[in-house]
Design a binder for this molecule. Structure first.
Ligand SMILES: [Zn+2]
Length: 185
């Protein structure tokens, strides 16, 4: 259940997809997630896509932004932004703002504590040659084409108590890809 104060992060994209303004809890959330380098100053003026990991994730979000621009209709979706001991569900609303901007409004709607997941621990040792793909939206993990909850994936791969974890890359599972593509219609 929710056990953190409400977190709301808002930012505006200009006509060239550059981050034009940030409001809300951006910086405190970046610090809490081990990314203190993402200060407002280091982000403003940069193209949003340079901060989005995963080619298919970028392309779907770009299509969403283009769709909002061309139709004027807002888009609403859910995504997870987890760390190793919390599942955090966000509600994202993408809509037209003032002066041709597109606004992203993310609100934390639920935080669930869980036993620490080694794959998501920032300080853990990483293998050079093993990579696991994690869905950017729902955080399921791709195990040879089957998308599993992270705990199940690590158990399946006999990695749960392994001192070395694979590297993580980001993608979209088929179900989230379908949901996001459908929302473009
Ligand atoms: Zn997914």
């Amino acid at each position: 259940m929710a056990n953190e104060p409400a977190i709301r992060i808002e930012y505006d994209l200009d006509a060239d997809d550059r981050i034009a303004a940030i409001r809300g809890d951006w910086y405190s959330f970046a610090v809490a997630n081990g990314a203190p380098g993402l200060t407002t100053d280091s982000v403003i003026g940069h193209v949003l896509w340079s901060f989005v990991e995963g080619l298919d994730v970028r392309s779907v979000y770009r299509m969403l932004v283009e769709n909002v621009r061309s139709t004027g209709r807002s888009k609403r979706l859910r995504f997870d932004c987890d760390d190793h001991e919390n599942v955090r569900r966000f509600d994202l609303n993408i809509h037209l703002g003032d002066k041709g901007t597109v606004q992203f409004e993310s609100t934390l709607i639920e935080t669930t504590r869980r036993p620490s997941v080694p794959l998501f621990e920032p300080a853990i040792a990483r293998s050079d040659d093993a990579i696991l793909t994690v869905c950017s939206v729902c955080k399921l993990v791709d195990v040879q084409g089957v998308w599993l909850a992270v705990e199940e994936a690590l158990a399946r791969l006999n990695l749960m108590s392994n001192p070395v974890m694979p590297q993580v890359s980001h993608g979209l599972c088929p179900s989230c890809f379908e949901t996001m593509s459908a929302s473009l219609g």
